[in-house]
Ligand binder design. Structure first.
Ligand SMILES: [Zn+2]
Length: 438
């Protein structure tokens, strides 16, 4: 019986590995194919139609663009009224791309504008009027395999571009219950990420979701798998347990801190001390402090050596203390409920403190405890009806971890190499081991 079950599994893995190898060869050839494509020039002529492809410059409006290319103002007015209820044309932003197609009499055929990373505005001539529509940008999804290691901080390790920064924040969010990315990282920690890359005309535009991340922190591996069911998505460990837990690893959220500090001086937490029954995070005055779990604020005010203190009472008799705050977030007071991750106040040096730091303490039945010793209750696991599908998904992702080439974050060419998304899609349609009637 065992043999009969095992044989097809082996074939599936071999099949997936083959697909991976083939897809990788295909992506190697992709840059070559692109070389033969025409580069779009600012003004190009095709039969009777001409087109302008450009980006909005600082201080430019559609009127100045129309004047520059000798286009008619009355057409601009007609376009403006057509677009008024869809996307007002006065809201054009520098750096966004646009294209104008017109005929030899300079009559506008169409105008296209990239509103944001996901949406295009298109105004087209239909008979003698203009019609405006919004479209979703038809990205092509590919799968990227990335690896890196920590020298300094997570952001520096993932890359220098804006999209890399957003990917680093995604990683920190996914593992926020297990790793404190401001103080837990060690030189030599490493990670591998399987993420969607969204491409347009063969060019990388941005990352989609992270499908899986494996992070080795202080020799301890953590692996997260993306899974969507019943219209919701979440990240799970290999056994299908949710990575969400009752308490975040730290009260200083990596995402919140990194948006508060500029990337240039990214050392928001200077040091962490454990001199007594709490944890002290030495951080600049004003560093945002978050609630580690859902609960009710049972104290918000001045209290002796603690200075400005917030106490949150959670379920099961747990309490968390946040001391020496410079100030509370607006609206924070005794009796209100807060959610995990909510901003509650700002680091300061009130009370008995030699320098700005957050005093963080967790108590159970009013006895101080070590937060890392708390049995942190996890969120809902994968429902049993979805277990088989989850298993197929993790099998496909693990095959990628085992067989695919991962590209280092320092490799500037890495976004040219990708795997075909069918690898994941096909994993979802692999035959089930048990077939139910109907
Ligand atoms: Zn302290």
């Amino acid at each position: 019986m065992n043999r009969a079950v095992k044989a097809p599994k082996g074939k599936i893995i071999l099949g997936l590995a083959l697909i991976i190898v083939l897809s990788m060869f295909f992506s190697l050839y992709q840059p070559l194919i692109n070389l033969f494509k025409d580069k779009t020039s600012p003004v190009s002529e095709t039969l009777a139609l001409k087109s302008i492809n450009n980006t909005i410059e600082k201080g430019e409006t559609l009127s100045t663009i129309f004047t520059k290319y000798g286009l008619r103002m009355e057409e601009l007015f007609a376009m403006k009224s057509a677009a008024a209820s869809i996307h007002p044309l006065r809201q054009l932003h520098p750096g966004k791309s646009y294209s104008i197609v017109f005929d030899e009499q300079n009559c506008i055929n169409s105008f296209t504008y990239g509103i944001d990373d996901d949406t295009i505005l298109k105004i087209e001539r239909v008979d003698d009027c203009f019609q405006a529509h919004k479209y979703n940008i038809p990205y092509e999804t590919r799968i990227l395999t990335i690896n890196g290691s920590i020298n300094d901080n997570l952001i520096a390790a993932v890359g220098t571009e804006k999209e890399d920064y957003l990917l680093a924040l995604q990683v920190a969010d996914i593992l926020a219950w297990d790793i404190d990315f401001t103080t837990d990282l060690r030189t030599g920690d490493s990670f591998r990420i399987i993420a969607e890359g969204l491409y347009l005309d063969g060019e990388f535009k941005k990352y989609g979701k992270i499908l899986s991340v494996e992070f080795i922190n202080n020799n301890q591996p953590y692996t997260a798998y993306f899974f969507e069911h019943d219209g919701k998505f979440d990240y799970y460990d290999a056994a299908g347990n949710s990575l969400r837990k009752a308490f975040l690893k730290a009260p200083l959220s990596f995402r919140r801190i990194s948006s508060y500090f500029s990337k240039k001086r990214f050392h928001p937490v200077l040091k962490i001390y454990r001199p007594h029954h709490g944890i002290d995070y030495a951080a600049a005055t004003g560093t945002p402090v978050s609630a580690v779990g859902d609960g009710k604020i049972t104290f918000a005010g001045r209290k002796g050596a603690y200075g400005n203190l917030i106490i949150i009472t959670h379920n099961n008799g747990y309490k968390t203390y946040y001391g020496h705050l410079s100030r509370f977030r607006k609206g924070i007071r005794q009796g209100i409920r807060v959610k995990q991750g909510d901003l509650i106040g700002y680091v300061g040096a009130t009370g008995l403190a030699t320098g700005p730091h957050l005093h963080y303490e967790m108590r159970r039945s009013d006895t101080p405890i070590n937060p890392s010793s708390v049995k942190n209750i996890a969120g809902k696991p994968i429902p049993s009806s979805q277990k088989a599908e989850f298993k197929r998904m993790t099998l496909a992702l693990n095959t990628i971890f085992t067989a695919a080439v991962f590209f280092d974050t320092k490799d500037t060419e890495r976004k040219k190499y990708s795997l075909h998304p069918s690898l994941i899609a096909e994993a979802n349609s692999l035959p089930q081991t048990k077939k139910q009637g109907g």
